[in-house]
Design a protein around this ligand. Structure first.
Ligand SMILES: [Ca+2]
Ligand SMILES: [Ca+2]
Length: 310
């Protein structure tokens, strides 16, 4: 049946755009609307070597090493951002270069994401998990106009990191919580919040009261950081969670008080009228349909507060 549908599409005129087939019929337009148009993807200028990032189904985790079947679903939806990084010569970033430009660091209160590290138990301690990277203008006299802020999941401690990190299971990291470890890649003459002397997110915000996000917010797996085979999901920035799914990135309104549990916390449904994706948040989250439908750019402003006036 899929073949016959393809022929029908081809007969009406087809243009190939990347991985998606774009048809000129109205029905094809409706089908295309199933894919998210949120501006997330691999940031090529911060990527090198032979790493791989793919929006995929699963992976499913095992809450006990003796579980034969992997049944722990991704924290949001049915899928996640899969990352395959071979070793020190690979670097990859997957993020958003559009919606957060101009957002003040001071206006970000919540930064969380989930990690799944697929590896044998004995190797797990040697694996550096993907970090969170914000490209900013520090707006400090001691620095230049550019730095990245990097959250370190491995060296962070509870409640920022799980009390006991495990492989092959979804676990949440709160990069904005106590116990978080951050550094500036280009600290200038600053002596705190450096790679040699990392600091908490609260200390980072106090150090950089006028910092503004510039080029991107990204999941990052750096060069000279060893291998990683696993996945990331549910990046939460203030009251919005970016849900990595096989067909794109969905934005879900998630009030900060309602952090999801490892069990499936949302479901996906398609609008009967438009065919577009809609989220059906967990019962613990109160969701506004209007908020879900806001453009990503507006959402960033709404969630972060007033835009920088400079
Ligand atoms: Ca997901
Ligand atoms: Ca500046």
């Amino acid at each position: 049946m899929r073949f016959s549908k393809f022929l029908a599409c081809a007969a009406s005129g087809v243009a190939v755009a990347g991985a998606f087939t774009v048809c000129t019929t109205d029905s094809a337009s409706a089908k295309r609307a199933q894919f998210s148009d949120e501006p997330w993807g691999v940031i090529y200028r911060n990527t090198s070597g032979n790493p791989n990032a793919v929006l995929r189904v699963g992976p499913w985790g095992r809450t006990s090493p003796t579980d034969i079947a992997a049944t722990q679903q991704p924290p949001f939806g049915i899928g996640s951002l899969g990352l395959i990084v071979g070793g020190d010569t690979d670097h990859i970033q997957f993020g958003n270069e559009t919606d957060f430009a101009g957002t003040r660091l001071a206006d970000i209160n919540t930064l969380r994401y989930w990690i799944f590290t697929g590896v044998d138990v004995d190797v797990f301690p040697s694996i550096n998990r993907p970090n969170l990277s914000l490209e900013i203008d520090p707006n400090r006299p001691e620095t230049g106009d550019y730095s990245s802020l990097v959250y370190l999941p491995n060296s962070s401690t509870a409640p920022s990191a799980p009390s006991t990190p495990f492989p092959n299971i979804w676990q949440q990291y709160d990069a904005s919580a106590a116990g978080s470890q951050w550094y500036l890649t280009q600290p200038g003459t600053l002596t705190t919040c450096t790679q040699a002397n990392p600091c908490s997110f609260a200390e980072l915000k106090a150090l950089l009261p006028d910092a503004v996000i510039t080029y991107s917010v990204a999941i990052n797996k750096g060069s000279n950081d060893g291998p990683f085979h696993g996945a990331v999901d549910g990046l939460q920035i203030n009251n919005f969670t970016y849900d990595f799914e096989p067909q794109g990135v969905r934005t879900i309104f998630t009030p900060v008080a309602s952090a999801p549990s490892p069990a499936r916390s949302t479901s996906t449904r398609k609008s009967k009228s438009s065919g577009a994706w809609e989220s059906k948040p967990a019962a613990t989250a109160t969701s506004s349909g209007a908020a879900v439908r806001l453009s990503a750019r507006v959402r960033a402003r709404v969630s972060a507060g007033p835009a920088d006036s400079e």
